[in-house]
Design a protein around this ligand. Structure first.
Ligand code: 5BU
Length: 278
């Protein structure tokens, strides 16, 4: 049998992959996934603090990560941050603010550290577009690295007609390779690092691929969202984390949120176990 380090990323367990990461947020996410047997990230896109906390309380046990859009919460405040962070500890999940930074380095460093949201103070992971060039990573890393945070680059999107394809996706992978301490992976629909030529150093690399656009029932919405199943995402496309929003919190109350979250957890984990056998 080959040693864990010589195996393809998708043939390794999440636990085995911890050693391939130097970034603490990446290690913590993989350890959480292994410990809780879940590759589910729940996207909680609701507009009030109480709604958000109620959903997180219901789904937190089933997921490795909770994804937020803090700028849609009308009564966002420090109390919400304190309670969300407390839940992330008691229910054992990471927090991912889906901020999609897209400006020059100086501006994003201020958007990340300051303002009403002070994202870096509470969110283990955040993401950014590669569009502005390497300065966006440098700017964010000056704030995030001292706090042991991690960054995901948007290499692809789930929406119809996305322009993040082809050469743009490959350039995004190359950008990630230039910042291995802070960039821990991608938001993408497939293992995008395999689209780019292998790293020139010949060194082994391990990126986390987190994938939105996941649904077991619906195929999409009226605004361009496109859904695939957990099996298509994890088994067929080799992605690591399924991001599910309305498929879970679209349900009508605590019991339904809980059972839907567990259903996605089971489906995502089954697809991961299946891919380990290939
Ligand atoms: P949904 O309710 O499962 O469709 O929510 C998907 C979430 O993932 C939502 O918060 C989007 O902002 C986010 N998302 C996405 O859907 N597609 C993408 O390519 C990216 C993020 Br990047």
């Amino acid at each position: 049998m080959s040693s864990p380090s010589s195996k393809a990323t998708t043939s390794k367990t999440y636990g085995e992959r911890v050693a391939s990461h130097s970034n603490q947020a990446a290690k913590d996410l993989l350890l959480t996934m292994e410990r809780k047997k879940t590759n589910l990230c729940v996207s909680v896109d609701v507009t009030t603090k109480e709604e958000l906390l109620k959903i997180v309380e219901a789904v937190g046990e089933s997921c490795c990560c909770v994804k937020t859009h803090c700028d849609i919460i009308s009564d966002f405040d420090q109390d919400l941050v304190d309670r969300l962070v407390a839940l992330s500890k008691s229910l054992d999940f990471q927090i991912f603010e889906d901020r999609k930074f897209a400006d020059i380095g100086n501006t994003v460093s201020l958007q990340y550290s300051s303002g009403v949201h002070r994202i870096a103070s509470w969110s283990h992971l955040t993401n950014a577009h590669a569009l502005p060039g390497d300065g966006i990573v440098t700017g964010l890393s000056t704030v995030g690295l001292p706090l042991s945070r991690g960054l995901l680059l948007l290499a692809e999107m789930s929406s119809a007609g996305s322009l993040a394809t082809g050469a743009y996706t490959i350039e995004t992978v190359q950008m990630a390779r230039r910042h291995p301490e802070f960039v821990v992976g991608f938001i993408a629909q497939q293992r995008v690092e395999r689209l780019a030529p292998p790293p020139s150093s010949g060194e082994e690399e391990d990126f986390l691929v987190l994938t939105p656009g996941v649904g077991l029932v619906s195929k999409g919405d009226k605004m361009g969202q496109q859904y695939r199943t957990p099996r298509q995402v994890v088994f067929e496309s080799g992605c690591d984390v399924i991001i599910v929003g309305r498929g879970i919190y679209g349900g009508s109350g605590v019991e339904e949120w809980k059972s839907e979250a567990d259903r996605y957890r089971v489906e995502g984990w089954k697809a991961y176990e299946e891919r380990l056998l290939v």
